[in-house]
Write a protein that binds this ligand. Structure first.
Ligand code: MEV
Length: 440
């Protein structure tokens, strides 16, 4: 059995590789060769990537694709998407084109409020704690002014600091529930720095607050951290058109609209379907979040919490048909940044933001929400018409052929063949084997 390693982080990159391949792979030479094949020949670029995280041994590539023709509030965007799943970019592009011919996407920012909390324990009289809080609230702000002054100059900063009594949920538990405006920054560092300063002020001031007894003076801060649940950092994206313009064949249009609405109603009613429905939305959202250097884990956590805000997990999109107009929309919380973090460090992130015309955080929220809505429209449209496999397998075909080791010539022949024939995993394997036999 492999022994625990001491001081792994202090080893050089070569030494780390040597250790991992010799202890955990069956063919250490091949593993080493593979890891190094993914190194970038530009040593500066490689160093940059090495330093994003710790214990780096190589790079892990994801394809970066473009979904063009997104008309959003009358402005045309080409959206960069980083994702490994075939058919996502194709579906986004198809939905973009579909709505381009029908007036495009309209979006509205419903809020930009970010949240952070200082969680603490207080054993004593709640009324005294409230008086204490009112007394220190201005101090909480003034003692964090070094952290907030630049953000304030640009129009952001601390919006509100509230004392919340959480003792009905957990004995002695209170919080400072704080809201922030972080403008174009996602704001995690700013918020966490403010919160840690609030925590210090809170504990220190309690020590000298004369109304408190000895126990009350010992406020115990447990932790200070931003919340990724941001229900008021919200964006809405919408598409609409006359029902009879939904399909080429007017007679089928109402039928199609009804089926779309039924599919959304099912996702609203039933959590198993809602999760998959929302997963399809996140296919679009995560891909743009990744391409633009934002934190997809934060967004995922916040979005799914929002999907269950009324006590039951439900669809993030909605649809209606009224007075002959079909409407399809999403409301989604997205705490994003277009400055700071990876946005100014990762060369491809910088380029992705340039392709998006250097958006503000608000503009990026709108673009990302549209990518989610478009993805969901494309998925549900396929589901209620042809089924998902037809389109998906066409896109997945190349992955299967690559797994089988097909040559370029074979790929070209089989791609043509599957334009007219149904692609399943076994039918692709069979057609590939037949082609090989023919050519032997
Ligand atoms: C696959 O990645 C996403 C879908 O399952 C979404 C959906 O079912 O709505 C196709």
């Amino acid at each position: 059995m492999t022994k625990p390693v001491q001081g792994f982080s202090k080893l050089t990159k070569e030494e780390k590789i040597e250790w991992i391949v010799s202890n955990y792979t069956h063919d250490s030479e091949s593993a080493k060769y593979l890891l190094k094949r993914y190194w970038n020949s530009d040593s500066d670029l490689q160093k940059l990537h090495d330093e994003f995280i710790e214990n780096t041994i190589t790079n892990y590539y994801l394809p970066l694709g473009i979904a063009p023709n997104f008309l959003i509030n009358n402005k045309l965007y080409a959206i960069p998407m980083a994702i490994e799943e075939s058919s996502v970019v194709a579906a986004a592009s198809k939905a973009a084109k579909f709505w381009l011919d029908r007036g495009g996407f309209k979006t509205t920012i419903l809020g930009t409020e970010k949240i952070g909390q200082v969680h603490f324990m207080f054993l004593g009289d709640t009324t005294k704690l409230k008086t204490f809080f009112n007394y220190i609230e201005p101090k909480l702000r003034s003692e964090s002014s070094d952290i907030t002054k630049n953000m304030e100059k640009r129009g952001g900063g601390i919006s509100k600091i509230e004392l919340r009594d959480k003792t009905s949920e957990l004995a002695n538990y209170y919080q400072l529930h704080c809201t922030f405006e972080t403008l174009d920054a996602m704001g995690a560092n700013f918020i966490n720095s403010c919160l840690e300063q609030f925590a210090k002020t809170l504990e220190q001031e309690a020590q000298s607050f004369s109304d408190f007894n000895e126990t009350e003076k010992n406020i115990e801060v447990v932790m200070s951290i931003l919340s990724n649940y941001v229900p008021n950092c919200l964006v809405r994206a919408e598409v609409s058109c006359p029902v009879d313009e939904l399909t080429d064949d007017e007679n089928n249009a109402t039928e199609f609209a009804k089926k779309m609405i039924q599919a959304i109603a099912i996702a609203k009613a039933e959590p198993h379907r809602a999760v998959t429905h929302n997963k399809g939305i996140m296919n679009g959202i995560d891909a743009v979040i990744l391409a633009t250097g934002n934190d997809f884990r934060a967004v995922e956590a916040g979005v799914h919490a929002y999907a269950s805000k009324d006590g039951k997990y439900t669809s993030l999109t909605d649809a209606s048909m009224e007075d002959g107009v079909f409407k399809f929309w999403i409301e989604i919380p997205l705490a994003l940044g277009t400055v700071g973090g990876l946005t100014s460090l990762h060369p491809l992130v910088k380029l992705a933001l340039e392709i998006l015309q250097k958006p503000s955080a608000k503009e990026l929220m709108q673009i990302v929400a549209v990518a989610g809505l478009a993805q969901n429209f494309a998925a549900v449209r396929s589901l209620v018409t042809t089924g998902i496999q037809e389109g998906h397998m066409k896109m997945h075909l190349l992955n299967i052929l690559n797994q089988l080791g097909a040559t370029d010539q074979e790929k070209s022949t089989l791609t043509k063949y599957f334009k007219k024939n149904t692609a399943t995993h076994s039918s692709v394997v069979e057609a590939f084997e037949n082609l090989r036999k023919e050519n032997d």
